[in-house]
Ligand binder design. Structure first.
Ligand code: 13P
Ligand code: SF4
Length: 361
C-alpha cells in the first residue's frame, strides 16, 4: 500500500532503473523528494505491466507523474485520441473526472480508473444536460459545440465536441455542415470569445469559467513585460480576451509546450497551470520560466500515492450510463474523426486583438 513507502525503499536498483527519469525531473524535484518518489514510480510501472494498464496523464500533472509514470502525456485532445486507440485493459486517468469519463465513453469495455473522485473542473460543473436541452429549445436548428471539459451527460446533448486545440476548426466545420452562420459554443465563455475573434461565424456562449485561467489579467502581462522586456508570453485560450490580446501566442497546453520546445525562448511566461513550466523545463534547458502561474486544485488531487493505490485496488472506477455514453460517443468521435490540425492551433493574435461580441445565453 502506498503509505508504506519510505526512503529505505530507494535502493541502488531503483536508483539505477530510474536514472533517466531523474535526469528529467532533477531541476524541479529535490534529491530528498526523489528518494520517496522513485520507489513509488518503480512500483507503479511494474503494476502497469502486470495488469496491462496504461496511464494517460494530462500536461498539468506534477513532474514526477508526467515524466515518471505517464505512458502518454498530452492535452485533452491528445488524451482522447490516445484512449480511443489504446489496447490496454485498464486506463488510469491522471487528470480530472471529465477526462476519465471521456475515456470511458470512448472505451466502454475497458476499466477506467481515476485516483481521486473529487478531481473535478469548474467548467464541467458550470452546466448540466438539462441546461443544454433548454438551450436547444431556445435556438432550434443551430449546432451545439461543446468543450470536452463537460460531463458525459452534457456531451450526450451535443452535436460535436471540441478542445482548445481545435475549437475554431470544429466551429467552422459545424457551421458548414448545418449551413448556418451561428454556432452554440459552450460552456467556456472565454474560449468562446477567443474563438469568435478568429472566425466570421457568430458565437452563442455560456458563462462558464475556468477558475484557474480567469484569474490572469492584462496587468500581469504589462508588469512582466516591464520587468523582463524580452520575455515571450504564451496564454491558454481559457484566459480572458484581454490576456490573449496582450500575449505573443495562445494555444492548448500541448501547443504551448510545442512552442517552447521548438523555439527555445530565452525567457517565457506561461499563463496557465504551474506544472506546465516544470514539465517542459527538461526539454528547454536554456529557457527561464517566469511567473505568474496558478494551481488547478482539481488536477493537484492526483499524486503518485493515489495512482499506486488506484492500480492496487482498481479504484475508483468511472462508469457512464451506456445510453448516455452511446450518445456522448457520437459527439466525441466526430471530433476525433476530423483531420488533426496540421500544426497545433496557432491563434492569430492580430485578428484576436479586435473585440468581437458573442451572444451570452
Ligand atoms: P488542454 O486541452 O489545452 O490541455 O486544456 C485542458 C484544461 O483543462 C485546461 O485548463
Ligand atoms: Fe478545469 Fe480549469 Fe482545472 Fe482545467 S485548469 S481542469 S479547465 S478548473
Amino acid at each position: 500500500m502506498a503509505d508504506g513507502f519510505a526512503r529505505s525503499d530507494f535502493t541502488p536498483k531503483v536508483e539505477a532503473e530510474l536514472a533517466a527519469t531523474w535526469d528529467k525531473v532533477k531541476g524541479r524535484v529535490t534529491p530528498l523528494e526523489w528518494q520517496i518518489h522513485a520507489p513509488l514510480i518503480a512500483r507503479i510501472n511494474r503494476l502497469k505491466r502486470e495488469k496491462n494498464a496504461v496511464i494517460l496523464a494530462h500536461n498539468y500533472m506534477t513532474p514526477e507523474i508526467f515524466h515518471g509514470v505517464g505512458d502518454y502525456v498530452g492535452d485533452s485532445l491528445g488524451l482522447a485520441r490516445e484512449a480511443a486507440r489504446s489496447d490496454a485493459k485498464i486506463i488510469v486517468q491522471a487528470g480530472v473526472h471529465f477526462m476519465a469519463e471521456t475515456s470511458k465513453v470512448l472505451c466502454p469495455d475497458k476499466t477506467v480508473l481515476i485516483p481521486d473522485l473529487r478531481a473535478g473542473c469548474s467548467l464541467a460543473s458550470s452546466i448540466t444536460g438539462a441546461d443544454v436541452r433548454l438551450i436547444k429549445q431556445r435556438y432550434p436548428g443551430l449546432p451545439v459545440v461543446t468543450y470536452v471539459n463537460t460531463t458525459a451527460d452534457v456531451k450526450a446533448e451535443t452535436d460535436i465536441c471540441c478542445t482548445s486545440a481545435n475549437a475554431v476548426q470544429v466551429v467552422e466545420w459545424a457551421a458548414r455542415e448545418w449551413g448556418v452562420d451561428r454556432v452554440i459554443l459552450i460552456p467556456d465563455e472565454f474560449l468562446a470569445r477567443n474563438v469568435a475573434a478568429q472566425t466570421d461565424i457568430k458565437i452563442i456562449a455560456w458563462q462558464g469559467r475556468c477558475e484557474v485561467h480567469e484569474r490572469f489579467n492584462a496587468q500581469d502581462i504589462a508588469d512582466l513585460r516591464a520587468a523582463y522586456p524580452g520575455a515571450e508570453v504564451l496564454a491558454h485560450p481559457e484566459c480572458p480576451e484581454e490576456v490573449l490580446a496582450a500575449s505573443d501566442f495562445a494555444g492548448s497546453t500541448a501547443a504551448m509546450i510545442d512552442y517552447v520546445v521548438t523555439r527555445q525562448p530565452r525567457q517565457v511566461v506561461l499563463l496557465t497551470e504551474c506544472s506546465m513550466a516544470s514539465n517542459v523545463a527538461a526539454d528547454a534547458p536554456g529557457t527561464q520560466f517566469l511567473g505568474p502561474c496558478n494551481l488547478c486544485p482539481h488536477m493537484k488531487r492526483i499524486s503518485l500515492e493515489n495512482i499506486l493505490e488506484a492500480l492496487e485496488k482498481e479504484q475508483y472506477e468511472v462508469t457512464v450510463d451506456p445510453a448516455i455514453a452511446d450518445r456522448a460517443r457520437l459527439a466525441v468521435q466526430r471530433m476525433i474523426d476530423l483531420p488533426p490540425p496540421a500544426t497545433p492551433a496557432r491563434y492569430d493574435l492580430v485578428k484576436a486583438r479586435h473585440h468581437v461580441d458573442v451572444e451570452l445565453i
